[in-house]
Write a protein that binds this ligand. Structure first.
Ligand SMILES: Nc1ncnc2c1ncn2[C@@H]1O[C@H](COP(=O)(O)OP(=O)(O)O)[C@@H](O)[C@H]1O
Ligand SMILES: [Mg+2]
Length: 253
């Protein structure tokens, strides 16, 4: 898809300035942020995506950031812009966490960071809940299973390095499914000081109680809730490859 990119110079004024300093900012704050973007070699931004900010289309919005599609040189990237009302004072700590998960091939690849911006790989895709709802026709059970397996493998690698994502119970906001790959996102609430529970949280979110679980139950015979809880208890006790494989087997993915 071709996107229409707008030079960051145009972002000093409304309505675009709202994106650089959401929800409220002064014009000197905006000017400072534009020069920060110039240092990062971000030249333009495309107003596109599934969410809106006022009347402007963007990739997404959370409590920490507003995410837009941007261009660094000729490369399309995702730009996470720190909200002016965010609890986080800077983006560097999230960048450190993202680098860590990238080391085991999880998450969008980090490209650059500054106080108010995180530049990362742009993930073209949709939220997992929407993706699951869109599944139909031959081959869809296979697709569902391989996507679930891929996500669980990512979570397993995070468990292995003692890294806890922290928000995987809210799966829909934190997994993007694309044409060729699925990726966990948003490591802003992550920690290396907690007992990791990525596999456990995501299995519960996928198989117990969610809309995704309902759909999956209709597509193939899922294990019972008791079976899932019991195998997760075993995995929790010993986070080995062997117990992880047992879990995959029980989940039939
Ligand atoms: N690398 C990316 N590529 C495409 N969209 C993204 C990317 N990162 C985040 N998004 C979108 O932006 C939304 C908000 O990003 P997120 O990192 O969750 O912000 P917050 O930390 O404020 O919760 C996500 O739910 C997702 O829809
Ligand atoms: Mg978030």
């Amino acid at each position: 898809m071709t996107h229409y990119f707008i030079s960051i110079k145009k972002f000093v004024d409304e309505p675009y300035s709202k994106i650089l300093g959401y929800p409220k900012s002064t014009s000197s704050q905006i000017k400072a942020r534009i020069s920060e973007l110039e240092k990062l070699k971000i030249k333009s931004i495309a107003l596109t995506g599934p969410t809106t900010l006022g009347k402007i289309a963007i990739l997404g919005k959370g409590y920490v950031g507003v995410v837009v599609l941007a261009k660094k040189g000729t490369k399309e990237v995702a730009l996470k812009i720190r909200r002016t009302d965010s609890q986080r004072k800077e983006m560097k700590s999230e960048a450190v966490l993202l680098k860590l998960v990238n080391s085991v091939n999880v998450g969008p690849k980090i490209i650059d960071v500054s106080k108010n911006f995180l530049v990362m790989e742009y993930l073209e895709g949709i939220k997992i809940s929407e993706w699951v709802n869109s599944l139909k026709g031959p081959g869809s059970t296979k697709k569902l299973k391989s996507t679930i397996r891929k996500i669980l493998e990512d979570c397993y690698r995070l468990d292995q390095i003692g890294f806890d994502h922290g928000e995987l119970s809210n799966i829909s906001k934190h997994v993007i499914v694309g044409k060729t790959k699925s990726t966990l996102i948003d490591f802003e609430s992550s920690s290396i000081n907690r007992r990791p529970s990525n596999v456990t949280s995501i299995t519960q979110a996928l198989f117990i109680g969610s809309g995704i679980a309902k759909k999956s139950q209709r597509m193939y015979r899922n294990p019972s809730k008791d079976q899932i809880i019991s195998i997760l208890r075993q995995y929790k006790e010993e986070k080995s490859r062997e117990s992880f494989e047992k879990l995959l087997k029980i989940l039939r993915v």
